[in-house]
Write a protein that binds this ligand. Structure first.
Ligand SMILES: Cc1cc2nc3c(=O)[nH]c(=O)nc-3n(C[C@H](O)[C@H](O)[C@H](O)COP(=O)(O)OP(=O)(O)OC[C@H]3O[C@@H](n4cnc5c(N)ncnc54)[C@H](O)[C@@H]3O)c2cc1C
Length: 407
C-alpha cells in the first residue's frame, strides 16, 4: 500500500520549529503591537523578527539553499504556510509572503541568469520587495487576453504604456513584473501578452493611489505607466509568454494562499470554540447547544477536506504531475471555507464578534478577498466543469477530474 499519511520526520521538524517561532515570537509581538496602538512601532518590530527568523534558519523556506533559502518542496511548505497563516505577518517574517513568494518562484523558473542575479537574489535576501501588475481597471481581470497595457519595441527599447490596479505591494516595491500586450493579433489570443521586469523607479512608473478596500488600505495600488522605457532584456520569460508565465506562477502561488487561509480558518474555529465554552446561558454554556456544535462540526469537516485537498495538490506539484484541476478545486474550496468558518465564529461571538474588540471583523473583511484574488470563484468553477466534461468525453468517466484518479 503506497499511501502513507505519516509525515516525514524532516517535515515535522520544520513544522514544529515554525510553530514554535510563530507561537513564541511572532504572535506575542503582534499582540503587543496591537495593544500599543502606535503604527510607527510596527516596522522596526517586524524587521527585528525577520532578523530573528533568519538567525534561526527560518528564511525563504521555498527557495533553494544556494539562494539562502530552506529548499522546502510544496508539501513541506503546506505545513509551514499553515503555521504562518495563524499570525498576520508570519509569512512576511519568513520572507514567503504574497506576492514576493510567487514572484520568487517565477524568477527562479523563468528568469535568465542575469535576471536572477539582479532581481531574485535581492528578493530572497530580503533586501527589497516586489509586485505583480496584471489586473487593469478598464478590462476584466478574469480574461487577461483583454489586457490593454501596451509594450512596443522601439530601437532596442521597450516602451510601456497603460494602467494597472490592485497591484499588491506596489508602494515600496523595488520592481514589478508587468504583463503587457506585445502582439495584439497573436493567435491564440493568450500569446498576445508578455511579461517585463520593470524597476519601480523608472521614469513614467507612478503609484497613483493606495486603493481603499473594505479591509482598509493594504497597499493594493493603482499604478500608471507612461512611456516607461526598459531595455530589451527586461522581457521576462520570452515573447508572448505572459499568459503562460502568469498561469505557471499562479498554480503554486494559489496553493500557498490556500495554506495560509487554512491557518486563518483554524484560528477562527479556535476562537469560536473558546468563546462557546466560556459564554454562560440558560444554565449552561453556548457550547452545549446543538446549533452551535453544528457550526463547529461543519467547520471541522470543511477544514479536514481543505487540508487533504491542499496536501494532495502539493503532492502533485512536488512530483511533477498535472495539478491544475486539483489546485482550482482547492482554491475555490479553501477560500469559501475560510469565509464560512470566520462568519460562523463571528456569529457565535454575537455582538462582540461584530465589534472591533476582537479580530473577527477584520478577518472576515480580509477573507472576502480570497474569493476574488488568484481567480474569482466563478472562473475556477468554469475551469473545473470544463475539465470534468473533458474527462468524461475522453474516458467515459469523470474520475480523472475529481481528484487525479484517487479512487
Ligand atoms: C485584495 C486583492 C489583491 C489583488 N492583488 C493583485 C495583484 O497583486 N496583482 C494583480 O494583477 N491583480 C491583483 N488582484 C486582482 C484580482 O486578480 C482580480 O480582482 C481578479 O482576477 C478578478 O478580476 P476583476 O476584478 O477585473 O473582475 P472581473 O474579471 O471583472 O469579474 C467580475 C466578476 O465576474 C464574475 N466572473 C468572472 N468570470 C466569470 C465567468 N467566466 N463566469 C461567470 N462569472 C464570472 C466573478 O464573480 C467576478 O468576481 C487583487 C485583487 C484583490 C481583491
Amino acid at each position: 500500500m503506497a499511501i502513507d499519511f505519516t509525515l516525514p520526520a524532516d517535515v515535522l521538524e520544520v513544522r514544529d520549529r515554525v510553530r514554535d517561532f510563530m507561537t513564541h515570537e511572532v504572535a506575542p509581538t503582534e499582540d503587543r503591537l496591537r495593544e500599543d496602538g502606535d503604527p510607527r512601532a510596527w516596522r522596526p518590530a517586524l524587521s527585528e523578527l525577520r532578523e530573528k527568523a533568519r538567525a534561526n534558519g527560518l528564511w525563504a523556506p521555498h527557495m533553494p539553499r544556494s539562494y539562502g533559502g530552506m529548499e522546502l518542496g510544496p508539501l513541506a511548505m503546506a505545513f509551514v504556510s499553515a503555521e504562518c497563516g495563524r499570525t498576520q505577518y508570519g509569512a512576511y517574517i519568513l520572507n514567503c509572503h504574497a506576492p514576493d513568494e510567487g514572484n520568487m518562484h517565477t524568477l527562479l523558473h523563468w528568469g535568465s541568469d542575469d535576471q536572477r542575479e539582479r532581481y531574485l537574489k535581492p528578493l530572497v535576501d530580503g533586501e527589497c520587495r516586489s509586485c505583480f501588475a496584471m489586473t487593469e481597471p478598464e478590462v476584466a481581470g478574469s480574461d487577461p487576453t483583454g489586457i490593454q497595457t501596451r509594450a512596443i519595441l522601439e530601437d532596442g527599447v521597450w516602451v510601456i504604456n497603460g494602467r494597472k490596479w490592485f497591484t499588491s505591494g506596489a508602494r515600496g516595491a523595488r520592481f514589478a513584473i508587468v504583463i503587457a500586450r506585445t502582439d495584439p493579433d497573436a493567435d491564440p489570443p493568450q500569446a498576445r501578452n508578455s511579461a517585463f521586469l520593470v524597476d519601480c523607479d523608472t521614469p513614467g512608473f507612478e503609484v497613483v493611489r493606495d486603493i481603499k478596500t473594505m479591509a482598509g488600505r493594504g497597499n493594493h495600488a493603482e499604478i500608471s505607466l507612461t512611456d516607461v522605457r526598459v531595455p530589451e532584456d527586461a522581457l521576462f520569460g520570452g515573447l508572448g509568454n505572459g499568459h503562460r508565465l502568469g498561469q505557471a506562477r499562479l498554480g503554486p502561488a494559489r496553493l500557498a494562499h490556500c495554506m495560509r487561509w487554512i491557518g486563518n480558518a483554524e484560528r477562527a474555529l479556535e476562537m469560536m470554540v473558546d468563546r462557546a465554552l466560556r459564554r454562560p446561558l440558560h444554565g449552561g454554556v453556548l457550547a452545549d447547544k446543538q446549533g452551535i456544535q453544528w457550526k463547529m462540526s461543519e467547520s471541522a469537516m470543511e477544514l479536514y477536506q481543505a487540508k487533504l485537498m491542499v496536501i494532495h495538490a502539493a503532492y502533485l506539484i512536488e512530483n511533477g504531475m498535472e495539478f491544475r484541476q486539483e489546485v482550482a478545486m482547492c482554491k475555490h474550496h479553501v477560500a469559501n471555507t475560510l469565509w464560512r468558518v470566520v462568519d460562523r465564529a463571528l456569529q457565535v461571538h454575537g455582538a462582540l464578534g461584530y465589534s472591533q474588540d476582537v479580530d473577527l471583523g477584520d478577518m472576515l473583511r480580509h477573507a472576502r478577498a480570497a474569493r476574488l484574488v488568484d481567480g474569482a470563484d466563478e472562473v475556477h468553477l468554469t475551469r473545473i466543469a470544463e475539465n470534468v466534461i473533458e474527462a468524461f468525453q475522453e474516458t467515459g468517466t469523470t474520475r480523472g477530474a475529481t481528484g487525479a484518479d484517487l479512487l
